[in-house]
Design a protein around this ligand. Structure first.
Ligand code: PAF
Length: 276
């Protein structure tokens, strides 16, 4: 059915599958806000570096499709690599400036260019009215918001809150790589962010001091820190003096598992333990 001609609103939830409660929250919101919802499942090779986890990225198609049915989704788009990247494709997108090259962009060269290409192709193919993304991938959200403006793609980008387990760890498809011991150590991530929120609420405004609080907590738990930074929400430039709506972003490794997290200062409550 042509939803546009029929006057029906369409929501899209782009995913790489391995669906979990975080995805479910995006899907539930899309179902609540649109007449029709399409979920895309595509493990996008273009956004993985050569030494990253593309081959072992969890693929759980049967469970994913069962979840979509239970959630009342109207359509699943599950393209092959050849469909998304047919032979002869030469068009690339380049996310320029700090947004594309700093922090997550520096740790994962080319990652946001790959995300931008696939998201653009999905949005252009589906022409949804709204598309839903999770706040946990906050730099990705900023990239997608920027690209729909830059390329005049008339889609509303809806950013949904991070969903956390009871111990505060942000839910992620990559959490399933963690051994039980590493899963416990990973809770240093929400604890470190809770500490920084506590210090911010107690009046600390020095961004380096806040980032150091987070880094020390992670290192004390034996995590290998890739970056911790206090950034402006829109362009990901780092700030010296922290202010409400600035975000503390981090990436850390526990063994071979790489996790990211974020909190918004003055907006988010402490992810665990009251923030002291
Ligand atoms: O967040 C993800 O799962 C992916 O980066 C996305 C947006 C589906 C693009 O492949």
């Amino acid at each position: 059915m042509d939803c546009h001609n029929a006057g029906l609103s369409v929501g899209m939830v782009p995913t790489m599958g391995a669906l979990h409660a975080g995805h479910r929250s995006l899907i539930d919101r899309a179902v609540a806000e649109n007449d029709r919802v399409v979920v895309t499942i595509f493990v996008n090779p273009a956004q993985f570096g050569p030494n990253e986890d593309f081959a072992r990225y969890p693929r759980t198609m049967d469970a994913d499709l069962a979840m979509l049915g239970a959630a009342g989704v109207h359509a699943a788009f599950v393209p092959s690599v050849e469909t998304m990247y047919p032979p002869g494709l030469v068009t690339r997108l380049d996310i320029a400036g700090p947004l594309g090259s700093r922090l997550e962009g520096a740790s994962r060269p080319g990652h946001f260019n790959g995300v931008a290409l696939v998201v653009t192709k999905l949005l252009v193919a589906g022409l949804p009215h709204r598309a839903y993304f999770g706040q946990k991938d906050v730099q990705q959200c900023a990239v997608v918001c920027r690209l729909v403006r830059d390329l005049d793609i008339g889609v509303e980008i809806v950013v949904c809150p991070t969903i956390r387990d009871t111990d505060g760890l942000a839910i992620s498809s990559r959490n399933r790589y963690l051994s039980p011991e590493d899963r416990v150590r990973a809770t240093a991530i929400p604890s470190s962010l809770a500490m920084a929120i506590g210090r911010f609420e107690a009046g600390e405004r020095d961004a380096t001091a806040l980032a150091t609080t987070v880094r020390s907590c992670l290192e004390n738990a034996g995590l290998d820190v890739e970056y911790v930074a206090v950034v402006r929400a829109d362009d990901f430039t780092e700030v010296e003096k922290a202010a409400p709506t600035n975000q503390i972003v981090l990436a850390a490794r526990i063994g071979s598992t790489r996790l990211i997290d974020v909190v918004r200062l003055g907006v988010d409550t402490a992810p665990v333990g009251g923030g002291v």
